[in-house]
Write a protein of this length. Structure first.
Length: 306
C-alpha cells in the first residue's frame, strides 16, 4: 500500500471496533464491517480512533485488529492508525508495527498536558522524530476531547517544519474560520479531513477541506456529499446533507452517541453485535424508539429528493 500523502481526499471512515455480546474482540465481525464500509464507497479507513474504543483494547488486541482489517482490505484503500500515547516508546513501537503490517500512515493527538504554543510545537517535532521521517502522520486537532487548543498559526508552523505531516484532522468547533486560516497560511498544501460526525461537512468543504475523517452510521451520506461537492453541485450536496442531518445530530450526543451508531450499524448488518466493551453506555427503550423514528423520517426525505 502506498503511503499517505498531501493529496488524500474523500471519506476516511473512523471504524468502530466490533465486539461480541460478552465483550470479546470480534475479528470475524471486523471482516463484515470492512466489506460494509467499502460497499458504501469510503476512500480510506482510520483505526484505533477515539470512537473506535481504542483505550479499551489491549496492545495485543490492537495489533490483531489492525492486522485483520489490513488483511481484509488487501491494499484496496489506505489505512491510518491512531498511535497517540502518553509515552513515545509505545508510540514508536505501535507505529513501527502497523507500518510494517501495511498501514499508510499514523495519527497523533496532542497530550492533554500541553498548554503553550512552544510545548505543542516541541511535542510534534519530537513525535515526528520518534516515528521516523519516512512515516507520514496526521495531526489530530480535537480540543473538545484533548483540551489542547492548536492555533492556525501553529498548525501552519508545523506544516513548514515537518514534511512528514501530510494531513490535518480538523475537529475544532466552531472551526470553519480555522480551515480558512490554515488554507491561507500554509506554506504547502496538506490534506484537511474533518470530523465531528460530519455535522458541518458542506460548509467545511466549501472552506477548503478535502473530505471527512469521522464516523456516522450512514457513511454513504459523507461519500455522496463529497462527490457532489467535487462535481460542483453544491445544492445537491446540501440537499443530501439535510436529509441525514437530524440523525447525524442525534448520533453526536455525548455519552450515548457511539451506542446509537453501533445500534444502527448492527441494524444495517455491518456488525454482528451492537455491544460496546465495558465501560460503555446502554440505550434505553426511549433512545431506541427515537432512533427508529429518525431513521424512518430520513428514508422518507431521501425518497423526496431522489
Amino acid at each position: 500500500m502506498a503511503k499517505l500523502d498531501e493529496t488524500a481526499s474523500g471519506v476516511f471512515i473512523i471504524a468502530v471496533t466490533p465486539f461480541t455480546e460478552d465483550g470479546a474482540l470480534d475479528l470475524d465481525g471486523a471482516d463484515r464491517m470492512v466489506d460494509f464500509y467499502l460497499e458504501k464507497g469510503v476512500t480510506g479507513f482510520t483505526l484505533l480512533g477515539m470512537l473506535g474504543e481504542a483505550p479499551k483494547l489491549t496492545t495485543g488486541e490492537s495489533r490483531l485488529f489492525v492486522r485483520r482489517v489490513l488483511a481484509r482490505l488487501a491494499g484496496r484503500v489506505p489505512v491510518v492508525v491512531g498511535v497517540s500515547s502518553p509515552g513515545f516508546a509505545q508510540m514508536r513501537e505501535l507505529t513501527a508495527a502497523v507500518m510494517d503490517d501495511g498501514a499508510a500512515g499514523v495519527m497523533i493527538a496532542p497530550l492533554s498536558t500541553l498548554r503553550t504554543d512552544d510545548q505543542i510545537t516541541g511535542y510534534y517535532e519530537m513525535a515526528a522524530e520518534v516515528i521516523g521521517a519516512e512515516t507520514p502522520f496526521v495531526l489530530q486537532d480535537y480540543p473538545q476531547s484533548t483540551d489542547v487548543t492548536i492555533t492556525p498559526a501553529i498548525i501552519c508552523k508545523l506544516i513548514g517544519r515537518l514534511p512528514s505531516m501530510v494531513m490535518l484532522k480538523h475537529e475544532d468547533w466552531p472551526g470553519l474560520n480555522k480551515i480558512s486560516a490554515v488554507r491561507h497560511g500554509e506554506s504547502r498544501r496538506i490534506s484537511i479531513l474533518v470530523g465531528n460526525g460530519g455535522l458541518f461537512l458542506p460548509e467545511e468543504l466549501e472552506r477548503g477541506a478535502d473530505g471527512a475523517m469521522t464516523g456516522f452510521a450512514y457513511p454513504e451520506m459523507m461519500v455522496d456529499v463529497c462527490k457532489a461537492h467535487v462535481a460542483g453541485n453544491t445544492e445537491r450536496a446540501h440537499d443530501l446533507f439535510d436529509a441525514y442531518l437530524p440523525l447525524a445530530r442525534y448520533e453526536q450526543q455525548p455519552g450515548i452517541g457511539l451506542a446509537i451508531r453501533k445500534y444502527i450499524l448492527h441494524k444495517r448488518g455491518a456488525i454482528g453485535s451492537a455491544a460496546l466493551r465495558k465501560p460503555g453506555a446502554a440505550l434505553t427503550a426511549a433512545d431506541i424508539a427515537e432512533t427508529e423514528q429518525l431513521i424512518a423520517r430520513q428514508e422518507k426525505r431521501l425518497k423526496e429528493i431522489g
